[in-house]
Design a protein around this ligand. Structure first.
Ligand code: NIG
Ligand code: FE
Length: 416
């Protein structure tokens, strides 16, 4: 199967020399080709260039030609932080927050993550697969081509394994590229309320060996926060996860400055995520690390938290990734177009920075930047074609609009 997209108004995020990530001032640069063509063969990108330099195609058999006059082509987004396997929803808590309760108050009353855990424990694998597939399809049509999915609503050996097996199944059922993360340390479940030590021992001694044996997770994550897990516990859990072959990630500095970023850097985390309360010490430490600071604008917006200092971080020379955090409690949307609007409007990131953050840098945060996150020869043919729009800046500018007309995943045209 071959696809030729021709007359592309703007082919965005092209790479002649592959990069793993883009940092600091370079984030404000986005390589584009005006009036371009893009060729795909099977599931890979095999060529691109200017229409003026196009020499035609040697073999026209089995070729689909798409005319993208006045349309923009972009590499699919990489969403490096989601919790899209869940049961039920939490709009009741949304209304409670409107009436004045905080996210933390809801959690200490047994709601929040524990509310989702109660619902997930009741759900069958089949139900979880069906609802997650719907969400995957939804975000695919919104431009996402690769996605990380976390466990963390099971909070028992049986239910965490159930979640991770569901994610493993989704890898075979969905065309999207999927990475799995073990987030048993998302919260201390009610049964261990007065014995957190025993729960951490269960995570390390019972859950991790089973997860490693079935090869169920690429990453291990911890919610490092007051009332959840301390910095020392985060380091302990992530160090154990590494011994079981899982690369660390951290939910860090979301509700307070609590040590998650420094914990993540210490154990060599691939990313530290949220960062509303990140300070100068963390920014300095991130500069000397390979860890990708990841901003989750949906959760910050939905919970009404203070803004993460994204501008300050980029100006300090850091790379930044942006992801959706799609989950029922703090970000019930996986729409990366909207995440980019929030990044530009609220954090003063430029459209170029926002696109780098949701493509190549978020690919890095899930070990995919060699194969995803840009238009480069040999990379996975995951791209989308917009409706007729004037420029790529129109995407974050038109918040809330659906501007994506056609999605290609693994070289296959997906139906809208
Ligand atoms: O990334 N911060 C912790 N975990 C999720 C929220 C999970 C939930 O409320 O269900 C987050 O925001
Ligand atoms: Fe999260």
């Amino acid at each position: 199967m071959k696809i030729l997209i021709k007359n592309i108004k703007q082919l965005v995020q092209v790479e002649e020399t592959p990069r793993l990530k883009v940092a600091g001032k370079d984030m404000n640069h986005l390589a584009c080709i005006a009036d371009a063509w893009l060729a795909i063969e099977d599931d890979k990108i095999v060529g691109f260039g200017k229409m003026d330099d196009w020499e035609g195609i040697a073999d026209w058999t089995n070729l689909t030609v798409i005319d993208a006059t006045d349309k923009i082509v972009m590499p699919s987004y990489c969403d490096s932080h989601t919790h899209i396997v869940y049961a039920g929803s939490r709009e009741g808590e949304f209304v409670d927050r409107i009436s004045g309760l905080t996210y933390e108050e809801i959690f200490t009353r047994g709601g929040g993550i524990l509310n989702s855990a109660n619902k997930l424990r009741e759900a069958s694998e089949e139900e979880l697969i069906e609802s997650a597939l719907k969400r995957l399809n939804e975000v695919m049509l919104q431009g996402t081509g690769a996605i990380e999915i976390k466990s963390g609503y099971g909070l028992s050996t049986e239910s965490e394994l159930k979640m991770l097996r569901v994610i493993k199944k989704l890898k075979t059922l969905s065309p999207l590229t999927i990475k799995a993360t073990f987030l048993g340390a998302h919260a201390v479940p009610a049964e261990f309320k007065n014995n957190k030590r025993a729960y951490i021992d269960l995570l390390i001694n019972e859950m991790m060996p089973k997860i490693a044996e079935e090869k169920l997770a690429d990453y291990c994550d911890v919610f490092c926060e007051q009332n959840y897990f301390t910095k020392a516990e985060t380091i302990e859990i992530l160090t154990a996860g590494k011994k079981h072959g899982m690369t660390p990630k951290v939910h860090a500095e979301q509700l307070s400055n609590f040590g998650g970023t420094l914990a993540g850097i210490e154990v060599g985390a691939i990313s530290v995520d949220h960062l509303e309360f990140v300070g100068d010490a963390e920014i300095e430490a991130l500069k000397n690390s390979q860890t990708m600071p990841t901003i989750l604008p949906g959760a910050q917006f939905f919970l009404g938290l203070q803004h993460p200092p994204a501008r300050k971080m980029i100006d300090a020379g850091l790379a930044i990734a942006v992801a959706s955090d799609y989950n029922p409690g703090s970000s019930p949307s996986g729409n990366i177009n909207f995440m980019m609007s929030l990044s530009c409007i609220n954090y003063k990131m430029t459209p170029e920075e926002a696109i780098n953050a949701t493509t190549i840098n978020s690919a890095y945060a899930m070990d995919l930047s060699k194969t995803h996150g840009s238009i480069a020869i040999g990379k996975q043919a995951n791209v989308f074609i917009t409706k007729e729009i004037p420029s790529y800046s129109f995407i974050p500018y038109s918040f809330g609009s659906n501007l994506i007309e056609q999605v290609i995943i693994n070289g296959q045209i997906m139906s809208q």
